[in-house]
Design a protein around this ligand. Structure first.
Ligand SMILES: [Zn+2]
Length: 235
């Protein structure tokens, strides 16, 4: 429920409709803060912004990345009892551009509702598929054709990735239109999903609501030596 997290500044508007905002404020007034366990069942997950190296195989050092995010003021201290989670830092709202005016970020875990925070999970050996209910068929980077049997292709990729190294054969997927072959992770998932070994998750961000600034992407690139991309996932 984004309306419990994003509060209007004076004269501002939320990304949701006026009705949404009204419902939200009614809910907050009537019920007060909800216990954590009752908040955001998966279908209500607002979404997360994910930043990841553009090449899904590339895996910068996690500790170094966390240090850089901290020095840049993107993250602050660790959140107790939450794995790999950090409070947002003083420069958080300067490194992300928020769409819409006067959006106030709820960053206090004490309120009990969904709040904005950053998670940097440990890197994985193979690229993980980051996807959600907003994920759609990827397009061929060459001819823009959609891949209709993508669920099957992803399943094959994950099966192959779970094999020990020697048995693994990552099958390239042929484009049904232009015939070019490329691994499923290299298809164009737009901003609706993707693959990554190391990633930065920003909770809870509605798809498109916040965009990393050019400066932030450049900072990540300089610090890690690789280009970064971003997308959104809703559980
Ligand atoms: Zn194609």
């Amino acid at each position: 429920m984004q309306q419990t997290r994003i509060r209007n500044g004076k004269g501002g508007h939320t990304p949701g409709s006026v009705a949404d905002a009204k419902r939200g404020s009614d809910a907050m007034t009537l019920k007060g803060p909800m216990p954590v366990a009752d908040v955001a069942p998966s279908s209500n997950h607002v979404g997360r912004l994910i930043l990841a190296p553009r090449d899904a195989e590339v895996c910068p050092d996690r500790d170094r990345l966390v240090r850089i995010l901290s020095e840049a003021g993107f993250i602050a201290e660790r959140i107790p009892d939450r794995d790999w989670a950090y409070l947002v830092g003083p420069e958080f709202s300067a490194l992300l551009a928020f769409v819409g005016c006067a959006v106030a970020i709820e960053s206090d875990p004490q309120t009990g509702g969904p709040f904005c925070h950053v998670v940097v999970p440990p890197a994985s050996v193979n690229p993980r598929w980051c996807h959600g209910r907003n994920t759609r068929a990827p397009r061929c980077p060459g001819c823009r054709a959609r891949l209709s049997d993508w669920p099957l292709r992803v399943e094959q990729f994950e099966e192959s990735a779970s094999m020990p190294g020697a048995d693994r054969q990552e099958t390239a997927v042929d484009c049904p239109t232009c015939g070019e072959a490329r691994p499923i992770r290299s298809w164009d998932w737009k901003r609706q999903g993707g693959f990554a070994r190391l990633l930065i998750q920003v909770e809870e961000i509605f798809p498109g609501e916040a965009v990393p600034t050019e400066g932030f992407l450049r900072l990540l690139e300089r610090a890690t030596g690789c280009a970064w991309r971003y997308f959104y996932v809703q559980d």
